[in-house]
Design a binder for this molecule. Structure first.
Ligand code: R5P
Length: 292
């Protein structure tokens, strides 16, 4: 039986105290990593701001051609210049993304289910690490389903990815999955993000939640926040702003960019929030200025 009864609840996160200084590397928790890891992390996280904007277009790996992603070859060229990193599958990237962009790739390396199923929680690492090397991936992304049916197998697959990534100095981005029935509570994200970090990932992709500062403080590696389902642009910019203010090291946004009526303008407004210190209100004004 897990020691989950009578356990003292964590509450002292010292959110206002910066993460320990050890060296001058700009990525949280990465000071002691190998040069190759640091090089790849520096391609993802801008050394000047310490932040990243990932453009996520990997949804087709379980959803098929979702709205906005019908033609990757037409979409990605419109947006790539504004973002720090491209997140997609090897099939999408090899077929539809030009290597001349010279953008770091966060390679989606897990799969195993589709929207035809109720339970999406059974995923494995399906991309060989050698293929990630061939693609010059700057990170491999593995989905992990904490608290769901697929927990054990996805934890094993995540650890396998960390082992292989460590062998070749390729960072692993642990992706916190949220099942249909699962509540998006602070307690859940505290648990899931910390578990993934303790398994050894160098980046955690997660969702925004109440008391996000606590989640960020308790996670010793950078958090990158997913956008989630399409919401009004103003709200998506507030989500990005609150995430950065709460300690996120960036966003990994998909639908709130490519399902906007104005994808180029939206991504430029997100850049202002993530890299230039704009508030959500200022960024929305900027967005409106661009579209008018
Ligand atoms: C989920 O399908 C993928 O992991 C996406 O990359 C991730 O959820 C970010 O995309 P969005 O902002 O559309 O949620």
């Amino acid at each position: 039986m897990a020691d989950n009864v009578g356990n003292k609840i964590a509450k002292n996160f010292s959110e206002d105290v910066p993460f320990m200084e050890s060296g001058n590397f700009h990525v949280k928790g990465a000071s002691n990593l190998d040069w190759g890891m640091k090089d790849r992390l520096s391609r993802i996280f801008n050394p000047d701001t310490g932040k990243t904007i990932m453009l996520a277009f990997d949804h087709g790996y379980f959803m098929g051609p979702t709205s906005g992603l019908e033609r990757l070859d037409l979409l990605v060229p419109r947006l790539e210049k504004y973002v720090d990193c491209l997140m997609g599958t090897r099939g999408a990237i090899r077929s539809s993304v030009s290597p001349t962009y010279n953008k770091p790739i966060a390679l989606r390396a897990s799969s195993g289910s589709s929207i035809l199923q109720d339970d999406l929680s059974h995923e494995s690492m399906v991309v060989d690490i050698e293929d990630a090397v061939r693609m010059n991936a700057s990170a491999i992304a593995i989905q992990t389903f904490i608290g769901a049916d697929g927990q054990k197998e996805t934890i094993e697959q995540l650890n396998k990815a960390v082992n292989l990534g460590t062998r070749y100095s390729i960072p692993t981005m642990g992706v916190v999955a949220v099942g249909k029935e699962m509540e998006r509570t602070t307690q859940f994200f505290l648990l899931a993000t910390r578990m993934l970090a303790e398994f050894g990932v160098q980046i955690v992709k997660t969702y925004y939640c109440d008391d996000f500062e606590k989640v960020a403080a308790a996670c010793p590696v950078p958090l990158v926040v997913a956008g989630g389902k399409k919401i009004p642009e103003k709200d998506a910019l507030t989500l990005a702003y609150k995430s950065i203010q709460g300690g996120a090291a960036g966003v990994d946004m998909g639908r709130n960019i490519f399902q906007s009526q104005y994808p180029e303008e939206m991504i430029q407004a997100v850049v202002k929030v993530v890299h230039e210190g704009y508030s959500d209100i200022e960024a929305y004004e900027y967005f409106q200025h661009l579209i008018n």
